[in-house]
Design a protein around this ligand. Structure first.
Ligand code: G3P
Length: 220
């Protein structure tokens, strides 16, 4: 399973990259706004900066703002031209499905976002989406079972032989990451804090302290 970091924060992306476990980055308009990045010129520069940090072969999802087919295609092409790492992120709406099919034919990789049902997952895969982003946390937020959706989509994609990668998004905790891996996600995208949370175990800390103490005793 691949690890993407879900942020537009350059320090967090750098930190995840330095950890040596980073496979890619996802952003969205809210995450860009959170970093104070606005205006087309600055937004495009920020995507280029992200691509430079992650290095070759690591996908960076950049989301279109347009919601009509023509606008999505124009914007998506501009984004894809920025850097070979760029994957065009397109919302799961009627015009978005059309745009994904267009980008697929044009050899431009896509990430279909704001996915909340198996039916939407089927449509995105039929259109040839490279990645599918079901929003786990937001489904949990309304009292439904986000991880059950990942399992359902994994079953459908396996049965149908779709190549679309399941990118579990709106991941909020280390447990979400583990559950997504068990449920059949190909990728998780999450805040750096959720990834770092996987590190922690009290027995590791206790064990290390004991090893070092024994070494100190034996070596003076
Ligand atoms: O990748 C989608 C993600 O950014 C949404 O996460 O926590 O806002 O639901 P959240």
């Amino acid at each position: 399973m691949l690890f993407f970091v879900d942020t537009a924060n350059l320090d967090h992306i750098r930190e995840a990259s330095e950890l040596g476990i980073l496979d890619g980055v996802t952003t969205n308009p809210s995450l860009m706004a959170k970093e104070g990045v606005s205006g087309e010129k600055n937004i495009l520069k920020h995507y280029r900066d992200i691509c430079a940090i992650v290095g070759e072969g690591r996908d960076v999802s950049a989301e279109v703002i347009a919601t009509d087919f023509k606008g999505m295609v124009e914007e998506g092409k501009r984004l894809a031209d920025l850097h070979e790492n760029i994957v065009v992120k397109v919302p799961m709406i009627r015009e978005g499905v059309k745009a994904i099919a267009y980008f697929t034919d044009a050899g431009i990789r896509t990430n279909c976002t704001l996915v909340f049902s198996a039916g939407q997952a089927l449509l995105a895969a039929k259109a040839g989406a490279t990645y599918l982003s079901p929003f786990i946390g937001r489904i949990d937020d309304i009292g439904w079972d986000g991880m059950a959706l990942i399992k359902e989509i994994a079953e459908i994609y396996n049965n149908s032989g779709f190549d679309t990668a399941i990118l579990a998004a709106s991941i909020r905790s280390p447990l979400h990451i583990i559950e997504a891996a068990k449920a059949g996600a190909d990728v998780v995208t999450c805040p750096l804090s959720a990834i770092l949370g996987l590190l922690n175990h009290p027995l590791t800390d206790i064990g290390l302290e004991k090893f070092l103490e024994d070494h100190r005793k034996a070596n003076g």
